[in-house]
Design a protein around this ligand. Structure first.
Ligand code: IMP
Ligand code: MG
Length: 197
């Protein structure tokens, strides 16, 4: 079985088109891995993946890193099943690792308004780590309203809904191997009433 990577995809009745190919993602992860290797040389960071969205990115990113590293997960939920952020963050799973005095690399799939990440950074800092570094695969920079620390960004993207590579739309689409973006024109054409004249 090969990776699931169509050119277009329909998810929950909406049309999405390919935005970042597997090759582009792989290339960027290689670069990020090299940067982390250099910047964390001699340290033993703990990668903390923010579930669910970051699980694929984290798994791939860690395999591009060759310094000794550990992993743990936190689970947050802010979106509900809609395409627009609910503005509320709920915590669903606590950390297992004792992170006091440790170097933490927080790994997120996407920073949109910045609410989830700013909440997360404060939660982590309360536990007195030696340092906190933020890595996000995607940054919707035009949508970011909270003042949030971001140290490494995979791709800066427009303020449109994206899907795949761990990112979902109402829990669907995480298994797509590439990243897709809402195809506004295709959705508009689909929703326009047919011309019977
Ligand atoms: P923020 O708190 O507004 O920055 O939202 C961050 C969270 O919302 C991310 O961790 C994602 O789970 C989710 N999210 C934001 N934008 C998208 C998107 O375009 N597609 C899928 N999930 C998204
Ligand atoms: Mg997320």
């Amino acid at each position: 079985m090969s990776f699931y990577m169509p050119d277009r995809v329909e998810c929950n009745g909406e049309e999405f088109k390919l935005f970042l190919s597997k090759q582009e993602i792989d290339k960027r992860l290689m670069e990020l891995g090299e940067e982390l290797d250099t910047d964390f040389e001699g340290k033993r960071p703990i990668f903390i993946g923010i579930l669910n969205g970051s699980f694929i990115f984290l798994a791939d990113l860690m395999r591009h890193v060759s310094i000794p590293a550990e992993v743990d997960f936190l689970k947050l939920s802010s979106y509900g099943d809609a395409k627009v952020s609910s503005g509320k963050v709920t915590e669903r799973k606590e950390l297992d690792a004792d992170i006091e005095g440790r170097h933490i690399i927080l790994v997120e799939d996407i920073i949109d308004t910045g609410l989830s990440m700013s909440y997360m950074i404060n939660r982590i800092k309360d536990k007195k780590p030696a340092s906190v570094t933020v890595v996000t695969l995607l940054h919707k920079y035009e949508a970011t309203r909270y003042d949030v620390q971001i140290d490494y960004v995979g791709f800066r993207i427009p303020d449109l809904f994206v899907l795949g590579y761990g990112l979902d739309y109402a829990q669907e689409g995480r298994n797509l191997a590439q990243i897709y973006i809402l195809d506004e024109e295709a959705n508009k054409a689909k929703n326009e009433p047919e011309d019977h004249a």
